[in-house]
Design a protein around this ligand. Structure first.
Ligand code: NAD
Length: 260
């Protein structure tokens, strides 16, 4: 029996990752570690179990991973560090003032970068040769954004740490990669779109305008898109791929699309 640990797997991209890992039989069971658990969809409910924890808190992560190991076994086969994003108040503060408070900066880095280290430090020593890790970075870690300075810096840190960890773990036969998602309408974008557009009613239109301006393929990305790429990176089909960052962004990181 193979199992994965997926942080932030209760909804959004994390749920897309959980679903793809199971659909594509990369693993048989998934332990979701999330601050706010939600019932999984019926089709996968029998193979998913939630463990409540805050990924920014070492003690909380330790207790959750111990509970996961008791339930599913001592050696996780796959780890997806996906929990991250930001809160509405953080996005609003960055929109209004390029100088975030130091407290807000620290919260972004804690949630998006330090959490990856905290979870890896707890989980990786339990992994054996053949295991795989995939971190969720962002196009923001590749392309700077004028009002997401701390988020972008943290996601760039995830890219750097992915490569370092791949070097460190290569000789042990453990692969480490990352996905850099583009624009997906999850709770993150409901909050970001509202902060950018001036209210909840403008969130979706703001998101669609960003898709139109930024995406050469002219369509939004989905949790399924991110799940499928993450699942491939964690599967044996990618067994010679490590230290790579795959953008799943409809071409955003190529540059501005050609005009109509
Ligand atoms: N939505 C996008 O367009 C987009 C683009 C690029 C990268 N990302 C990244 O994808 C990842 C998932 O984001 P999403 O869009 O699905 O957002 P989301 O808000 O829908 O899901 C995030 C999940 O992480 C959990 N979480 C948040 N803080 C946590 C904490 N401290 N401890 C444990 N769990 C926590 C939430 O409860 C939630 O289930 C994030 O790392 C985000 O930065 C998202």
């Amino acid at each position: 029996m193979k199992y994965a640990i997926v942080t932030g797997g209760a909804r959004g991209l994390g749920l897309g990752i959980v679903t793809a890992l199971l659909d594509e039989v990369v693993v048989d069971e998934v332990a979701v570690i999330d601050r706010e658990l939600a019932p999984p969809p019926a089709a996968i409910a029998g193979h998913v179990e939630g463990f409540q924890a805050d990924v920014t808190d070492e003690r909380s992560v330790h207790d959750a991973v111990e509970a996961v190991a008791r339930r599913f076994g001592a050696h996780p086969d796959v780890l997806c560090n996906n929990a991250g994003g930001g809160e509405r108040a953080w996005f609003e503060s960055g929109r209004q003032n390029r100088w975030d408070s130091v407290e807000t900066w620290r919260k972004y880095v804690d949630l998006n970068l330090n959490s990856v280290y905290i979870v890896c430090r707890e989980v990786v020593p339990r992994m054996r040769a053949g295991a795989a890790i995939c971190n969720t970075s962002s196009i923001a870690g590749i392309l700077p954004s004028p009002f997401l300075a701390a988020y972008a810096a943290a996601k760039a840190g995830v890219i750097s740490y992915t490569k370092t960890l791949a070097l460190q773990l290569g000789p042990a036969g453990i692969r480490v990669n990352a996905v850099a998602p583009g624009l997906i309408y999850t709770r993150v974008w409901e909050n970001l779109g509202a902060a950018m557009g001036g209210g909840d009613s403008k969130a979706r239109a703001t998101f669609e305008a960003a898709v139109h301006q930024m995406v050469p393929l002219r369509r939004e990305q989905t949790a399924q898109d991110i799940g499928r790429t993450t699942s491939w990176l964690c599967s044996e089909r990618a067994n010679n791929v490590t230290g790579q960052i795959i953008s799943v962004d409809g071409g955003i990181t190529l540059g501005r699309p050609a005009g109509e």
